[in-house]
Each structure stands twice: as C-alpha cells, then as structure tokens.
Design a protein around this ligand. Sequence first.
Ligand SMILES: Cc1cc2nc3c(=O)[nH]c(=O)nc-3n(C[C@H](O)[C@H](O)[C@H](O)COP(=O)(O)O)c2cc1C
Length: 196
Amino acid sequence: MSVPISEIITRFNNDLETTRQKGHPEPTAMTLSTVNAQGFPSSRVVLLKAFDEKGFVFYTNLTSRKAQEIQANPQVCLNFMWHNISKQIRIEGHATQVSDEEADAYFATRPKQSQIGAWASKQSSEIENKMDFEKRIAKYGLKFATSKVPRPDFWSGFRITPSKIEFWQKRDFRLHERQVFTPENSQEWNEVRLYP
Ligand SMILES: Cc1cc2nc3c(=O)[nH]c(=O)nc-3n(C[C@H](O)[C@H](O)[C@H](O)COP(=O)(O)O)c2cc1C
C-alpha cells in the first residue's frame, strides 16, 4: 500500500501530541543509536527539536562521541518509547549537519544559561579536575555577561533523513501491531505489516 510521507509525519505528530496531552514527562526524548568506525553501537537520549517531511532534528556538541561517530558513519537509528500510549516509534536514517543559519536560529531560542553551558561543556571529554567545569561556566558567564551569546562553532544540529519508520502499537495478548514504512519515491512510501 502506498502512503504519502506527509500522512506519516502527521501520524507521528498526532501520536506525539497524544502522549504529551496524556502527561508524558519528556515526549520529545528519543534514543539515538550510532555506530563507530569499528562497528560498535552506542545509544543515548537526545531531544527532538524539529521534524517535518525532510527529517528529525536534534542539537549537540560536535566534538561529542555521538557527533564523532556520525561523522565516521552517518547511518543512525532513533527510538521513541511512549509508555502512556503504549507506542514505540523506530526511525532509521541518514544524519546530516543542519545549516549554520538553522543552528543559529535554534541556538538563539535557548535560555542564556543553556547557551553559556554549550560554551562551557567539552561534551564527552574527561573532566580532569573536579572544579574545571564550574570554572568554565564562570568564565563564559563573565565573557557574555552583557552581550548576546553567539552559537559556538562546535555546537550544531543533525537532521535524520528517514529511510524506514516503524510504528509499534501494543495490543492485548502480545498481538501487537507493527507498520513499517519505506520510501518508494520522494513523496510516496510503501507500507507493510510485520508479525509482532
Ligand atoms: C532526557 C535527556 C535529554 C537529553 N538531550 C540531549 C540533547 O538534546 N543533546 C545532547 O547532546 N545531549 C542530550 N542529553 C545527554 C545525552 O544523553 C548524552 O549523555 C550526551 O549527549 C553525551 O553523549 P555522547 O557521549 O554519546 O556523545 C540528554 C539526556 C537526557 C537524559
């Protein structure tokens, strides 16, 4: 069966709104899995900050482990688990860095303390001395005390262009529903159902 990508994104959006309305504390939290150059996988939670037919966007430090792994291998997987509506959504795809303009626009919406935190954190690197992080926060707090905080060039976002989207819905007696969508062309996607 063929489905327009716009319908799949609308369905994702509807599920996201339902889990939010039913009180999910962190509905945009998603597990991001990457694989390093040696083929070892690693997973961590990041927040979804934008999505549309072009893909799913999160932001991070470009020197972090995840960003390094994406640079070595841009094939990644996202997973949303929305317990309060018994849904899991799995998205496989290709990560590309967002434009500087897009990252600047998002960075500008963050609270100033988070912007300073982005400057201060050498994400995923070892903290050599206990107070080093606090010192860096104080340093950048002072540096930007009376000015706007520009986006650090080591901080940006990635857009995951999906190549497979699976909706999993819990049903009684483990007779769960799984619908998997893969692209036929840029607008139309093919839908298949899998045994649970
Ligand atoms: C709820 C939640 C949301 C998070 N959101 C982000 C995020 O949007 N970006 C980010 O870089 N790290 C985020 N983190 C921290 C990551 O899980 C991770 O610890 C960090 O990015 C370092 O990962 P890495 O060493 O694999 O690169 C979040 C953690 C949690 C628990």
